[in-house]
Design a protein around this ligand. Structure first.
Ligand code: ARG
Length: 487
């Protein structure tokens, strides 16, 4: 960026205070001091809205020309000026006037400097209040689309991992204690399910964001004959917001987006925690690729899962942004209040945190190695086939509660005899506890038998998981272009 600052972050650093050229100078005069100016500015962070601001202004100008509030010649000049501004911003040539308070003022001032009087007509029938509401909605729609793409990509990466682990027997856990055997792919598919709800939340939030507030003005609309529907259509929106007061005071579209991001972060954090445990020497279920681990400055043997830990850690800050936003809005009177300027800082920060976490998780998923040996080793110790033994008894006519007690005693018997699995127990021992047990019991015991025997829809056995994988293969092909808003 050319100027007084070559760095976006420096946009907010001001050297000399001035109220010269401020739009409200006629009313207030030269009273704003440097400290106050620095305090209220938002250009240092809302410069990220530049593309959307120019897009909104271009369409607003076309609308003004259409209804006769500016001439075609004036429109041409405004469009030329805005195009130049956009080119300059994109190529880093734009001279940021850091005495401008925000992105809207900075672009308008630059336009007036370039084309003169017609530039002073651009703000007809518009306020910064509806302008910022528009820009922010457009930004959120784009951010939602990018997040959606990243979540979809991660689902596809996880599906690849599920496909390669559909016959890998693994323990499942409740309370982090061995529960029942599953195939590892089942666990991977569980994360795809969570991400599917996240993906749908992004799509759903878009439906409420996709309404144009442009033309709501400062608060009550305008007496000028503007055509809000024209602007909305040209900008790609589904329609216009109904109530001008609500249009300039609503930010729940942004809060929803941050909530969707917080839920994504929470899911990624759970996956991270799972894999941190699995990559430990105690488990050794997975091995992260070298490029996704870091070493220790002192302990030469270490392969630390820092990326996963950071994904888990960053989740806390995303929750913070969500709570900050909700809190910020809870006491605001209608309609626009300057408090609302802070919303962008929070939403940008959440986005800048969550998007790389999704991408990092996908990269790690694509390169992780699964240790089927470690997962399968001693898989029957801890008696994960005990539930299936109780179900064997149910099939022989025993009431489940009674079966549960019998198996409980059999497990205790194994421990008493120093046996680590139920299959090692002699038939006589089984029959001593329950005479209906036959020698076919051994065909039900052991994880490999269990994995073949699961019958219920959505279960963690081989058959069911294979079906789910086939369903996801078809589904992911259909859902990649689900975002309703196309700019
Ligand atoms: N920079 C402001 C914001 O982000 C733009 C709207 C200013 N409106 C006003 N009435 N001061 O909220």
């Amino acid at each position: 960026m050319k100027t007084k600052s070559s760095h976006a972050e420096k946009i907010g650093s001001r050297s000399a205070g001035s109220t010269a050229g401020k739009s409200w100078q006629a009313r207030i005069g030269d009273v704003c001091d440097q400290m106050a100016e620095n305090f209220v500015e938002s250009l240092s962070f809302d410069h990220r809205l530049a593309e959307y601001d120019v897009r909104g202004s271009r369409i607003h100008a076309r609308m003004l020309a259409k209804v006769g509030l500016i001439t075609q010649a004036e429109l041409r000049q405004i469009e030329r000026g805005l195009n130049e501004i956009l080119d300059d911003i994109r190529t880093g040539q734009f001279v940021w006037d850091v005495s401008q308070e925000d992105i809207h003022m900075a672009i308008e001032a630059s336009l007036v400097a370039r084309i003169g009087e017609p530039g002073r007509k651009l703000h007809t029938g518009r306020s910064r209040n509806d302008q910022v509401a528009l820009d922010f909605r457009l930004w959120c729609l784009d951010a939602g689309t990018k997040l959606h793409g990243a979540v979809h990509h991660l689902q596809a990466s996880l599906l690849g991992l599920a496909q390669s682990t559909v016959t890998v027997a693994a323990p499942s856990y409740t309370h982090l204690q061995r529960a029942q055997p599953i195939v590892f792919a089942h666990e991977v598919l569980a994360f795809i399910e969570m991400l599917e709800r996240d993906r749908c939340r992004l799509v759903d939030a878009t439906k409420r964001t996709d309404w144009s507030p442009l033309g709501a003005g400062a608060i009550a609309g305008t007496t000028l004959p503007i055509d809000r529907s024209f602007s909305a259509r040209e900008l790609g929106f589904s329609g216009v917001t109904r109530n001008s007061l609500d249009s300039v005071s609503d930010r729940d579209f942004a809060i929803e987006l941050v909530f969707a991001m917080a839920t994504i972060a929470m899911h990624l954090s759970r996956l991270a925690e799972q894999w941190i445990i699995y990559s430990s020497t105690e488990f050794q279920f997975i091995r992260l690729a070298n490029q996704h681990t870091t070493g220790s400055s002192m302990m030469p043997q270490k392969r630390n899962p820092d990326m996963l830990e950071l994904i888990r850690g960053k989740t806390g800050s995303v929750y913070g942004h969500l709570v900050a936003l909700l809190t910020m809005f809870k006491g605001l009177p209608l309609a626009y209040n300057r408090d609302m300027q802070e919303d962008k800082r929070l939403v940008f920060a959440a986005y800048d945190t969550v998007l790389p976490c999704i991408e990092m998780t996908a990269a790690m998923t694509e390169h992780v190695s699964i240790n089927a040996m470690a997962m399968g080793e001693n898989i029957d110790s801890g008696f994960p086939d005990a539930t299936v033994l109780a179900e064997y008894l149910v099939k022989k006519g025993v009431a489940f509660r009674t079966a549960h007690q019998i198996v409980g005693k059999l497990v205790a018997r194994c421990e008493h005899l120093g046996l680590s699995t139920l299959s090692e127990l002699a038939l006589g021992e089984f029959q001593g506890e329950c005479p209906v047990i036959d020698k076919d019991v051994y065909q039900s015991l052991g994880s490999l038998n269990v994995l073949r025997a699961y019958q219920s829809y959505g279960a963690g056995g081989i058959k069911s998981v294979k079906k789910q994988i086939a369903w996801w293969q078809k589904t992911l092909k259909k859902t990649s272009h689900d975002m309703p808003f196309r700019a």
